[in-house]
Design a protein around this ligand. Structure first.
Ligand code: SF4
Length: 446
């Protein structure tokens, strides 16, 4: 396909279904220089995974900007502590860059240890610390021993790769925390990659309760130090956000013998399949029967609601740009069930398997993008006449400027979009935005 306004180096990251076969879509690599990637930096990738641990202290060893950039970045809710909503910084200045920042980090850890007596501190080393070379590992070790608490280094200079590298560093930090604990094995699951955005994890936990499956640990939504160290006892890991947590699931399988399955609780189809698959993976016949009965009842309850809204939405076209592949796949299915065609779809951190699955379920001519930028999104949304964009905070202004409806499906959102409850919120939001009378008054040269 022709990409007149696309950088030459970006062409391999864009695919049109049914176009030239080529070598498939290029993905899972660093962003192209000069392309305004919507991805966050390595440090931010690590921070967003670890941040929801409710009783952890997060010290950002770097200039104050790194701390403010990620302060309370997720809409993760808590049923316990709310320490995680604070941000602590060593506030490095020019003199520290010249003479080293270790003294400031030592002072920060000591102050927190003496004032709050925490069990767990994460120390993030950001860009400038990666340049000046403070010995963060040694300092964390000394402080752990001195105060008898876990001080875990997360060496995540923003420039050292892409957001996925940050995800891996966060997973390594979690392994560092939990692998020293050997609790007795018991029947139950860990939920990986659910960050309790707008209370979504609580919905999933309620479903598990209904079908009789105990939840042991949640990584990391609404979790705590005590909850996390129980994770090695689980029978099965389920992975919701595959982009951020598959690496952790793999490490837990290899090192702790806990198998995992990838699931998704977005949309009726994926929620139903996921609950049944979890019961099957546990070989729990009773839970499977309960899951079938429960999902059937919940799906039936939604049929009239969906029929009503379908009339307003039929024939509309959607563009999707989200973090991971599994969410994109669920969204395509959700739109299909509403008679909405997905015409553009992309992710920040999708893998080869995700894109193959995406390609297999979208219609011919759909544009598929990896690690795209606003210029490309604008071009393809205009070309394909998208009526709505599903994305995050960075995509919202773009959609509105183009006079296109928008649905926030990122970590800042304020209402849950998962499970059967989430279907109602999602469909109502899509309808409110697409059919909003404001679009009649917009004069946009599309
Ligand atoms: S780690 Fe680097 S790229 Fe990330 S916020 Fe800090 S300075 Fe910016």
């Amino acid at each position: 396909m022709e990409h007149a306004s696309v950088l030459d180096e970006r062409k391999e990251f864009i695919l049109q279904k049914g176009g030239c076969a080529g070598n498939g879509l290029r993905c899972d690599s660093n962003s192209i220089s000069g392309s305004i990637s919507q991805r966050a930096c390595v440090y931010c990738g690590a921070r967003v995974v670890l941040n929801p641990i409710t009783d952890a202290f997060h010290i950002v060893h770097g200039p104050i900007g790194c701390a403010s950039y990620t302060w309370d970045i997720r809409g993760s809710l808590t049923s316990g502590d709310d320490l995680y909503r604070n941000s602590f910084s060593t506030d490095l200045k020019e003199a520290d860059v010249i003479f080293g920042g270790e003294k400031r980090l030592l002072a920060a850890i000591e102050e927190i240890a003496e004032k709050y007596h925490p069990k767990l501190i994460f120390v993030y080393a950001t860009c400038i610390v990666g340049v000046i070379g403070d010995d963060v590992d040694a300092l964390c070790k000394v402080m752990s021993e001195k105060y008898n608490m876990r001080v875990i280094p997360v060496k995540a200079p923003g420039f050292s790769g892409n957001k996925s590298v940050g995800y891996r560093l966060a997973c390594d930090a979690i392994m560092n925390l939990i692998s020293v604990h050997k609790p007795e094995k018991r029947y139950g699951i860990n939920i990986l990659g659910d960050f309790n955005l707008a209370g979504e994890l609580w919905i999933v936990k309620e479903y598990m309760k209904k079908i009789g499956i105990p939840v042991i640990s949640t990584i990391t939504g609404d979790s705590s130090y005590e909850n996390l160290i129980q994770a090695p006892s689980a029978t099965l890991n389920i992975v919701q956000c595959a982009g951020s947590s598959t690496y952790l699931a793999n490490r837990m399988e290899e090192e702790m013998g806990i198998p995992y399955i990838k699931i998704s609780f977005y949309g009726i189809e994926d929620t139903t399949n996921s609950l049944i698959r979890i019961a099957e993976a546990l070989k729990d016949r009773e839970a499977r029967e309960k899951a079938i009965a429960f999902t059937k009842k919940e799906s039936e309850k939604l049929q009239d609601f969906l029929e009503k809204y379908k009339r307003n939405l039929k024939g509309k076209k959607a563009a999707i740009y989200v973090g991971g592949g599994f969410k994109a796949i669920s969204l395509i299915k959700q739109f299909k069930s509403l008679d909405i065609e997905t015409v553009v779809v992309g992710t920040q951190t999708g893998k080869k398997d995700d894109y193959e699955m995406i390609e297999s379920i979208v219609n011919k001519d759909t544009v598929i993008l990896d690690d795209t930028n606003p210029a490309e999104l604008e071009k393809f949304m205009k070309e394909r006449n998208a009526d709505i964009l599903v994305g995050g905070v960075k995509e919202r202004p773009l959609a509105y400027k183009l006079g296109i409806a928008f649905c926030d499906h990122n970590h800042e959102r304020k209402h849950p979009l998962c499970g059967f409850d989430g279907v109602v919120n999602f469909v109502e939001e899509i309808n409110r935005s697409i059919n909003n009378p404001v679009w009649k008054y917009m004069e946009v040269d599309l």
